[in-house]
Design a protein around this ligand. Structure first.
Ligand SMILES: [Zn+2]
Ligand SMILES: [Zn+2]
Length: 160
């Protein structure tokens, strides 16, 4: 869930659709109805989701029936390549979220309820850049996930 970052957006020149259309055009791929349905669904709201969540959200509609799992996986890969989605692997599961038009942030992952809490910390980014610099490395991104128990789960597991 987006928590306190949901109201933050980053100014972008193109809409996600324009950017995806450009990506497809460069690769001689067509804008299919399936790609259109999936992109609209993915960009309805900022959240963390996996392929199974998309299958559920597509539901038993006409569109849902026509879009198989292979198409969903392929389209998710394209959206990552196009810079629209960011992929994280959490507990062996690929989780996606908006990357385009959404500020960079990191996550706390509750290993009991699977909740992802977003946070932003400039010191962390500065530390990343310092480490990269020491290794003559140009950082283009990072994955930082704090594992543990969220407040609700701590209460649940600490007993009555
Ligand atoms: Zn939890
Ligand atoms: Zn996030």
């Amino acid at each position: 869930m987006p928590d306190n970052l949901s109201h933050n957006t980053v100014e972008v020149a193109l809409t996600p659709w324009e950017r995806f259309a450009e990506y497809l055009h460069i690769r001689n791929k067509r804008i299919t109805q399936q790609r259109r349905v999936l992109l609209d669904l993915v960009f309805e709201a900022h959240e963390h989701f996996d392929a199974d969540d998309l299958v559920v959200r597509l539901g038993p509609t006409d569109a849902g029936k026509k879009i198989g799992r292979a198409t969903i996986y392929r389209t998710l890969n394209e959206l990552v390549e196009a810079g629209l989605l960011r992929r994280m692997v959490i507990s062996g599961r690929s989780v996606y979220e908006h990357d385009y038009g959404y500020p960079q942030h990191d996550h706390l992952h509750c290993t009991a309820c699977n909740r992802l809490i977003e946070f932003r910390n400039a010191e962390l980014v500065a530390l990343r850049d310092t480490v990269a610099m020491k290794h003559s490395f140009r950082a283009t991104g990072h994955r930082f996930i704090i594992l543990g128990l969220c407040r609700a789960c701590q209460a649940r597991y600490s007993g009555p």
